[in-house]
Design a protein around this ligand. Structure first.
Ligand code: GSY
Length: 179
């Protein structure tokens, strides 16, 4: 079994419903068990493209899947949660990225681990610090990276949201996960 952290983001349509749908679909995927879910953050779009604010969160999962199989599972969940084909850096219904998989390091055309832009993005680091503060990447803990970026780039808007996730609680009912 491997532990992995995934980042979820959405800025089109009913963003809260899409996060709930994605969490439920992840949790229902054979070989994926959600261990922890971060707070939800409302975040300014990265990359200078004018588009609506995102909602972002991270989950920590346990999985026997190999990285590329986990990637395929995440893509299937994106489809299930309503993702439409769109431009690369543009708005999207749901996006699921593999951020870290224990100590895995790999570079393939499909997947790079750790996620190559992980330490530049508050929308990733703040929720990640909720669920994996002591994981080490690039020689520093996630919480140290988050604190450093908070200071270095305070203009990256990233605000925790009070979102009542009734659907989330349902999605995380552990009985759905047991073999
Ligand atoms: O890389 C994930 C999709 N995405 C996001 C996102 O999830 N949050 C924010 N704040 N900006 C983003 N730009 C892209 S592309």
């Amino acid at each position: 079994m491997t532990e992995a952290c995934l980042g979820l983001g959405t800025n089109l349509g009913d963003r809260e419903a899409q996060l709930c749908n994605a969490l439920a679909a992840l949790n229902a995927t054979p070989g994926i068990r959600i261990l922890a879910v971060s707070r939800v953050f409302r975040t300014a779009p990265w990359g200078g493209i004018a588009q609506p604010d995102f909602l972002n969160l991270c989950v920590r999962i346990e999985t026997p899947l190999a990285p590329l199989d986990l990637l395929a599972a995440c893509k299937a969940v994106e489809q299930h949660a309503g993702r439409q084909p769109r431009e690369r850096w543009g708005p999207r219904e749901i996006d699921i990225d593999i951020l870290l998989m224990d100590g895995a390091e790999m570079t393939t055309p499909e997947l790079t681990l750790p996620h190559p832009r992980l330490t530049e993005r508050r929308f990733v680091l703040e929720p990640l610090a909720d669920i994996a503060p002591d994981w080490v990447t690039g020689g520093q803990t996630v919480s140290a990276h988050a604190a450093a970026l908070r200071t270095a780039d305070p203009a990256q808007a990233c605000v925790a949201q009070e979102i009542a996730f009734d659907g989330l609680i349902q999605a995380l009912n552990p009985s759905r996960n047991r073999p």
